[in-house]
Design a protein around this ligand. Sequence first.
Ligand code: PMP
Length: 356
Amino acid sequence: MNEIEKYISGMLRPGIAALKPYSSARDEFTGAASVFLDANENSLGGPLEEDFSRYPDPLQMPLRQALASLKSVEPGQIFIGNGSDEAIDMLMRAFVEPGRDNIVLLPPTYGMYSVQANIHGAEIRRAPLHTDFSPDADAVLSVSDVHSKLLFLCSPNNPTGQCLPEDFILEMLAKFPGLVVIDEAYGDFSGRPSWTTRLAEFPNLVVMQTLSKAWGLAGLRIGMAFSNAFIINALNKIKYPYNLNSMTIRLALQALQQPDSVQEKVRILLAERERLEQALPLLPCVEKVFPSDANFLLVRVTNADDIYRYLCAQGIIVRNRTKEMHCLNCLRITVGTPGENDLLVTALLEVREEEK
Ligand code: PMP
């Protein structure tokens, strides 16, 4: 084991470090053959026209290769999950010993980190963002200890929409005792370089991304974690062998060949975000539109509960975030199509006096 492997291996849950993974039929034989009698599938096929009778590739090699060349990393540095939510789950399973370890969050942030921590019996420590949604480095370090295994930094952050500053993230990478997980689910909208470009510098860095947002493939369920090969091997060792289905793998491979169409849609959504950023503050029921690096806006309104209900009655669903820390009377609004955004603005313009 090299130094990095020793360091990471010391952070893994003991049972996971020692685990001998399940070996599927498709793991054991990887060469070329024409007769597959090794996985108890139905050799006659299924009722559908397209053939789904065979188990998918557990290592997802062609997809990992396509992602590797798109993201300029090695295939061995990529874990692919059933959405990036699966990557959150696998990180907890691999590193957080129930009842002993803790994770650190910067609320308000993405809700799944705390849900997964609760499922895994991990203590949650919180270092809230300031009221302007900037991070507090001293607070993070003061709540952390040797049992702090994962620090989740969502950048751009959900629900605030803002990226965390680079100097703050660098300080965390230097001083946080466990792994620093940067969730870049909305990174394609930020125009900033991904932290995947700095993986070689930081053995404790994990970057999460997803095809659910800018790539417009939320229904296919594909998320990624990028890190050094040792961490990625640990995640691959504990995932379900066939966590991605054949259809998803095939369609994702097709989609990855069309990055230009994604860029074009991102460009349109960013123009629409700017249009909303200008239109919303002019409305009587809007008090503040927070700056956003993502495909949504956090908007403080006069009364979030009433306006949320009013919009629902108009058939327009947004996310009411009023109960989240520092988000009193805030709605999180996804940037829609130009037509959807027009409908939203028109509806908000017509909010009745009593709803303001
Ligand atoms: N991270 C963040 C910050 C998110 O907002 C979401 C989805 N809302 C996810 C991860 C999960 O995305 P998925 O599982 O679709 O990849």
